[in-house]
Design a protein around this ligand. Structure first.
Ligand SMILES: [Mn+2]
Length: 365
C-alpha cells in the first residue's frame, strides 16, 4: 500500500494589491514582495519535509495583477523541488485561459496544471492518481463521472484538488482518499472518516482581509489508504489583528495616542496589520482626526486602519435646561428616550449625539 508525503496549500493570491485590507501603495508593494517570500517559505518547507507532492488548490495568483516576473520566480522555485511534483488546480482568481500564464508560460517539467474538470494525472512512480476536479459547484454529471473513474483502481491512492465551496455529503460520495480544497481562506476540515481529515481547506497562508486573523499556514502530511496525518505549519509573516479600543475617559489626543500604543508590544505593533475601532464615551471637545492620528503613529504600526465609533459624552441633562434651540431639541429627545426601550432608545440616543454635532457645526448656539 503506497504512502505519499504532501504539502497542501491554496489561496496565496500572489501580486494581490491588498485592497480588502485597505493597504496604502507603500504597504501594498511591501506585501506583494512578502507574498512571494511566503511562497519561497512554502517551497523550502516542502523541501525540508521531503514531500513528493506540492498541491496548490487554486488562487495561486491574481490574474488581473500578476506579473511575468512573479510567475517566473514561482516557476523557478517549483523547478528547484524536482523530483517532487507541483500540481496546480487553477481557481477563481487565477483561471486557465488562452492568454493566462498557465497557458503561455514555459513551466518546468515537474509542474502540472490541471485544465479541465476531472482531469486525471497518473504518477506511476508513487502509485498515485491525482484528479484536477476543477471549480465547484459543478454539474452533477461531473461528480458522477469522477466517482465512477475513482472506483476503477482501488489499489492506487486517489487524491483530488478542488477549488470552491464543497459539501461534505458530495465529497463523501466521491470516495477519494484525500481532497485538497482551496477557495475558502479559513483552514477547515470539511469531511472526516473517523478522525482522519479526508477533505479540508488549508486556508490562506497570509491574510488577505480582516476576517483572516491569527497565524496562518499550510498543511504538511502523509496520505495512505489507512494513514492520513496532517499538521498545520505556520508560514505567515504578518497577522491581521482586529481590536476594539475603549477610550472612555480620554480627554486629549495624547491620551488617545497613549492608549493606541498600549494595544501591544512595539514588536507586535510593527510586525502586524492592525484594524482598531475606537469606542467609548469621550469628551465632546476631543475631535478625533483619524488621518492625523495615523500620521502621528507612523512607524509604530506596520499598518494601522482606524475606525471611529466613539460617543461624545454630552451633558444632556444640563443642556436640556438651556433656553436655546439645542436646549429645546435635547429636552424633547430626552422625554422621548424615557418612554422608549431597546432599538428605539438606541436610535434616540444616536439622534441626540448627531444633533449635538450638527449644532456644533454652526446651527443655533
Ligand atoms: Mn482565494
Amino acid at each position: 500500500v503506497p504512502e505519499v508525503r504532501i504539502l497542501h496549500t491554496a489561496d496565496i493570491h500572489l501580486d494581490s494589491p491588498g485592497s480588502a485590507l485597505g493597504l496604502d501603495a507603500v504597504r501594498a508593494r511591501a506585501r506583494r514582495d512578502e507574498l512571494r517570500q511566503t511562497l519561497a517559505r512554502i517551497v523550502e518547507l516542502a523541501r525540508q519535509r521531503q514531500v513528493q507532492l506540492l498541491l496548490i488548490a487554486g488562487d495561486l495568483w491574481e490574474d488581473r495583477y500578476v506579473t511575468r516576473e512573479t510567475v517566473a520566480s514561482a516557476a523557478e522555485l517549483f523547478a528547484s523541488l524536482t523530483p517532487a511534483r507541483v500540481l496546480i488546480q487553477p481557481g477563481k482568481a487565477d483561471p486557465v485561459t488562452d492568454t493566462s500564464y498557465y497557458t503561455v508560460y514555459p513551466w518546468p517539467a515537474n509542474v502540472h496544471i490541471f485544465r479541465g474538470n476531472w482531469e486525471r494525472l497518473d504518477l506511476e512512480e508513487w502509485g498515485v492518481t491525482v484528479w484536477g476536479a476543477g471549480e465547484w459547484p459543478q454539474p452533477e454529471t461531473d461528480a458522477k463521472e469522477g466517482r465512477g473513474r475513482r472506483g476503477e483502481e482501488n489499489d492506487r491512492l486517489q487524491i483530488a484538488l478542488l477549488h470552491g465551496k464543497a459539501q461534505a455529503a458530495d465529497l463523501a460520495k466521491l470516495g477519494f482518499d484525500y481532497v485538497a480544497l482551496g477557495g475558502q481562506h479559513q483552514p477547515t476540515v470539511v469531511l472526516h472518516q473517523g478522525t482522519r481529515p479526508v477533505a479540508q481547506y488549508a486556508g490562506s497562508p497570509e491574510p488577505h482581509d480582516w476576517s483572516e486573523t491569527g497565524a496562518r499556514g499550510v498543511l504538511v502530511g502523509t496520505i495512505g489508504k489507512r494513514t492520513l496525518k496532517f499538521q498545520l505549519e505556520t508560514v505567515s509573516q504578518r497577522q491581521a489583528v482586529v481590536r476594539h479600543l475603549d477610550l472612555t475617559g480620554a480627554g486629549s489626543v495624547d491620551d488617545v495616542i497613549e492608549a493606541l500604543l498600549e494595544v501591544d508590544s512595539p514588536l507586535e505593533r510593527r510586525k502586524n496589520l492592525w484594524r482598531i475601532t475606537l469606542g467609548g464615551l469621550i469628551s465632546p471637545s476631543l475631535a478625533l482626526d483619524l488621518p492625523l492620528l495615523a500620521d502621528r503613529l507612523a512607524g509604530e504600526f506596520f499598518f494601522l486602519k482606524l475606525a471611529d465609533q466613539t460617543i461624545p459624552d454630552y451633558e444632556f441633562e444640563r443642556i436640556s435646561l438651556e433656553k436655546t434651540a439645542r436646549g429645546h431639541f435635547v429636552r424633547h429627545l430626552l422625554a422621548m428616550q424615557k418612554k422608549a426601550s431597546g432599538a428605539v432608545e438606541e436610535r434616540i440616543r444616536r439622534a441626540l449625539t448627531l444633533g449635538m454635532r450638527a449644532f456644533e457645526r454652526g446651527a443655533g448656539r
